[in-house]
Design a protein around this ligand. Structure first.
Ligand SMILES: [Zn+2]
Length: 482
């Protein structure tokens, strides 16, 4: 049940790991999935005397993301120490940007499900990821927590929005748009299951028709669009009920529990001063050449929303298709390669969204790994359009192409799947069908038109789907009416 007396106000904080080969302040690998504590050194273990050295590639990626989100990139930003104790944070502080972030004042504009949307980006700053506490998976996990420092020092950007989101669906949609952008510009892999993209949601509710902000809670570490939506739905309902009963909302940090579908209190919300931020003495302020900032802007690829609009215009495909095709840059490029090879973009879109996506889902692969090249898919569409093969046969050929990597023309030739236009062959098949179906033939002649479709079906079946359907229909009509 949705409480309609209150409306939610939502802002997101998104943490995205940058796709650098090495960590932000040392040369350790960032590769996911290594054995625990195999990608560590004195710097990312926080050993005394170890000094951080900033990774230039991480800065470049953070600037790239800032540009893509329309932020102003500041020529001078400052790293600070955010002090807190946690077992996965060996230094006792996290190096992050605080008072002087890398970039501020952006916005993401897009055509949302409920109309045009503009979500302001407050800031984008750089920081290091913490290690990972492992609470389960070991024989003695009931007594011990293990720590893996491979993630310690992986570069992150944190993107903070203004409280511009107005519903759980709105928030989930924004998060998915943001993910598409970060992936398309090559700074993040979008892998939420591995935690390379995570979201904290701030939410408060207020009586409908008022514009003051209520007390907010923060739900931490949501790692799927669905969890963002469900956690917010739960939290909005919970807060509304508390207020309805005359209670007050505590400012706090909460955790989402997937199993029970509830949020619960993790800790009271800390204030900035709890962290005793101060400028990091081991790193000079980050001074950036304006020319370099500009150079990075020039290398930005076309963003998903712009690409979607271009697809509608250039290829005359429906917006729905363009939206799906531009969800991943690789998929969009595959479509463009197919449409460039043979000019029937709508057919290319149908095959990619239909059969190809179905096969990828079945195999758990993505478009960069499919055995079927764009050129070959275009070849299949060409055979359908030229009338060489029928629709149902095309699906069969598609399966074979996908399995073998061969070309459509080769498969059609080898397996004798080309459409049969031979009048004598079709005539013989139609005559056999008429002889074998005296009943329906008599019904048709008595005026029951529906049996015509049945007879066409029988003739097509007799010719294993390969006959030219127009020819079958023509010939059948002639024979029945004669
Ligand atoms: Zn290291």
């Amino acid at each position: 049940m949705v409480n309609t007396a209150y409306e939610p106000v939502i802002g997101l904080e998104i943490h995205a790991q940058l796709l650098t080969a090495t960590k932000i302040f040392c040369g350790c690998s960032t590769r996911f999935g290594a054995d625990p504590n195999m990608q560590v050194c004195p710097v990312c273990l926080g050993l005394p005397g170890a000094l951080p050295v900033l990774n230039r590639r991480a800065v470049e990626f953070a600037i790239r993301a800032s540009h893509a989100l329309g932020c102003s990139v500041h020529p001078r930003s400052v790293f600070a120490r955010k002090n807190y104790f946690y077992p996965d944070l060996p230094k006792g502080y996290q190096i992050s940007q605080y008072e002087r972030p890398l970039a501020t004042g952006g916005a993401l504009e897009y055509d949302g499900a409920s109309g045009p949307r503009r979500v302001r980006i407050t800031r984008l700053h750089m920081e290091e990821d913490a290690g990972k506490s492992l609470h389960e998976g070991f024989p003695d996990s009931d007594r011990f927590t293990y720590v893996d420092f491979n993630r310690s020092g992986v570069p992150l950007i944190e993107i903070v929005t203004e409280p511009d989101l107005r519903s759980p669906a709105d928030a989930a949609e924004f998060f998915s748009r943001l993910r598409a952008i970060l992936v398309s510009i090559g700074v993040n892999d979008g892998n939420m299951e591995e935690g390379s993209l995570r979201c904290d949601a701030n939410v408060s509710v207020r009586p409908v028709g008022t514009d003051t902000l209520g007390v907010k809670t923060e739900v931490k570490n949501l790692n799927s669009f669905r969890y963002v939506q469900r956690a917010l739905e739960y939290e909005i309902e919970r807060q509304s009920e508390v207020l309805q009963k005359g209670g007050t909302i505590e400012q706090e940090t909460r955790l989402w529990d997937t199993a029970s579908g509830r949020t619960f209190t993790m800790r009271g919300k800390e204030e900035a001063h709890d962290y005793r931020y101060f400028p990091e003495p081991d790193l000079a302020p980050l001074e950036l050449e304006p020319a370099w900032i500009d150079e990075i802007r020039q290398t930005l690829p076309e963003l998903p929303d712009a690409r979607r609009r271009r697809f509608v215009e250039q290829y005359a495909i429906p917006d729905y298709d363009a939206r799906i095709l531009t969800q991943s840059a690789a998929l969009a490029s595959y479509f463009e390669a197919t449409a460039a090879e043979y000019k029937n973009p709508k057919a290319a879109s149908n095959w990619i969204m239909g059969e190809l996506t179905r096969k990828m889902n079945e195999d758990g692969t993505d478009i960069t790994e499919v055995p079927l090249t764009a050129e070959r898919l275009a070849g299949l569409i060409r055979l359908v359009d030229s009338g060489t093969i029928s629709g149902p046969i095309a699906k069969e050929v598609f399966e074979k192409m996908y399995a073998s990597g061969g070309s459509a023309a080769e498969i059609v030739e080898r397996e004798g799947l080309a459409r049969i236009d031979d009048r004598a062959a079709v005539e013989a098949a139609v005559r056999a069908v008429l002889d074998a179906n005296a009943g329906p033939v008599a019904q048709y002649r008595a005026g029951k038109q529906q049996t015509f479709g049945f007879l066409v079906g029988q003739a097509m079946k007799a010719m294993k789907g390969k006959a030219n359907p127009a020819l079958v229909s023509d010939m059948l009509k002639k024979m029945l009416d004669s």
